[in-house]
Ligand binder design. Structure first.
Ligand code: URA
Length: 230
C-alpha cells in the first residue's frame, strides 16, 4: 500500500496532510525518513509519525450500552455524542447502526463497515429490534391485534407487524422490524398511551451484554459480527 494512504487510513491525517507531513520529514519507515508518498508499506513496516508508531486500525465492530442524555450523532449538540464514550482513536469514523433518541437507553451497534451497518438499518433487511417499554397508562386490551395489523403513522404509512409481550400493565417488550422516526413512541401514542421509558435490548440476534453498565462498550465477538453477514 502507498504510504500516504496508509497514513490517511490509520491516523487523523487526510491524504493531502499526510503528503505534507512526508515533505516535512516527520515520517519514518523502519527507522529511515521517507518523503515519497508512493513509498510502499505493508502491515509489517514500522511506520512512525513524529516518533510515534502508526499501527493498523482494523475495521471495528462494537456494542455500546447507551445512557440517557447522549446523542446517536457524530457531533455533540444539546447532549454529547455517544462517540465520546468510546476511548479508541478515530471514533469519528464509526457509523452508528440504528439511532436511538436522547432519552432512549440500551443497545447501540457501531462499525466502520458500511455494508454491515446497512444490513442492520435498511428496511429491505427487516432486522428485528427489541425494546423494553415503560408506559404511562395500562395498555389497552386490543394492543396485540392492532400492533400485529400495523399502526398508521402520520406521514409514514402503516407499520410492519410488530410483536408484543406484556410484562405488566404498564411494561411491555416490543419487537419491530423497521426504524421509522420515533417509531415506538408514535406507535404507543396511536394506542392512546405514552412511552415514559425506552430501552433497546436486542438487535437481530445480538443482545445487549448485561455486564456493560450505561456508557460502557465492548468489541463484538466474531459470532455477533457474523450474525448480520448471513
Ligand atoms: N423508537 C423510538 O420512538 N425511539 C427510539 O429511540 C427508538 C425507537
Amino acid at each position: 500500500m502507498r504510504l500516504d494512504k496508509y497514513l490517511a487510513d490509520n491516523t487523523e491525517l487526510s491524504r493531502s496532510l499526510a503528503k505534507r507531513e512526508l515533505k516535512n520529514g516527520t515520517i519514518t519507515c523502519d527507522g529511515v525518513m521517507v518523503k515519497s508518498s508512493s513509498f510502499q508499506v505493508t502491515e509489517d513496516t514500522d511506520v512512525c509519525w513524529n516518533h510515534e508508531t502508526v499501527g493498523v486500525i482494523h475495521t471495528r465492530y462494537l456494542m455500546l450500552n447507551k445512557p440517557v442524555d447522549t446523542l446517536c450523532s457524530n457531533i455533540d449538540e444539546v447532549y454529547p455524542s455517544v462517540l465520546g464514550l468510546i476511548d479508541l482513536p478515530l471514533t469519528e469514523r464509526l457509523r452508528i447502526a440504528g439511532r436511538l433518541d436522547a432519552d432512549t437507553t440500551g443497545l447501540v451497534l457501531l462499525s466502520e463497515d458500511g455494508k454491515w451497518c446497512h444490513r442492520i438499518t435498511s428496511p429491505n433487511y427487516q432486522c428485528p429490534k427489541c425494546y423494553r417499554v415503560q408506559l404511562a397508562e395500562p395498555l389497552c386490551a386490543t394492543a396485540e391485534a392492532q400492533l400485529a395489523q400495523g399502526i398508521e403513522l402520520h406521514g409514514d404509512g402503516l407499520t410492519r407487524p410488530a410483536s408484543l409481550e406484556r410484562l405488566s400493565d404498564t411494561e411491555v417488550r416490543l419487537t419491530i422490524s423497521e426504524g421509522k422516526y420515533h417509531q415506538v413512541k408514535r406507535m404507543f401514542a396511536a394506542l392512546n398511551n405514552r412511552v415514559v421509558g425506552l430501552h433497546r435490548e436486542q438487535v437481530g440476534a445480538v443482545t445487549l451484554d448485561e455486564s456493560l453498565a450505561p456508557g460502557e462498550w465492548r468489541a463484538l465477538t466474531q459470532a455477533e459480527i457474523d450474525a448480520f453477514n448471513r
